[in-house]
Design a protein around this ligand. Sequence first.
Ligand code: SF4
Length: 256
Amino acid sequence: MAETSIEWATHVWNPTTGCDRVSPGCAHCYALDLAARLKRFGQPKYQRDGRPGSSGPGFAVTLHERTLTEPLRWRAPRVVFVNSMSDLFHEEIPDEYIARVFAIMQQAAQHTFQILTKRHERLAELAPTLPWARNVWMGVTIENRRFVHRADVLRGVPAAVRFISAEPLLGPLEGLNLDGIDWLIAGGESGAKHRPVREQWLVELRDRCLEQGVPYFFKQWGGQRSKSGGRLLQGREWSQMPEPKERAAELVAGPS
Ligand code: SF4
């Protein structure tokens, strides 16, 4: 497992790798580019090629059985971002494998696991069958107004923290309903072809979070490099973090 530069997690865990683009936020997927480089370096996890149109070299969806049980061997508590190189709810990952990922997270109760998906339909389908332990945070990406309905799916998931990643933010999210949402992360896109984020979109989101008591985390402006523009919004950093809720523990315990 690798350490990570993600501000709110300390490590990443990739029990699967590979993916296919599903929405505009995927256009400049860093994982897709990184997989191609890792393939060239001979990394064994990245030797199968994905579909040319939606994926790329080294980025075919692949299950990594040996990585699956790793969290059980880490003693000290860690904050783990799950599948930085994939989407756990990708259609090619079997239900049974996703259930095993959740079972490991439940067993490795000393860690906090954060999952982020753009595949809200599959999340909705599988959520009732999965154990939502208190250490599992679930998020959806919402990059523009066309995808605000992903939050509606998330609201029905009994995760201890339900979060929205508005990154890369590609437009205003004026129709976004924040009821039942515990955390919102926003940020601009990075890389040579980045699509600039507007201050107005970020400020609107921040103000709505403040009004509704939803912790707000402004990750970065983006630009040529991820840190190019810094992370001050109207002169200050926004690094608010959520408090896990008890809703998951109740569900795992089952009805009395
Ligand atoms: S869903 Fe995530 S990992 Fe998959 S292509 Fe899109 S940005 Fe990349």
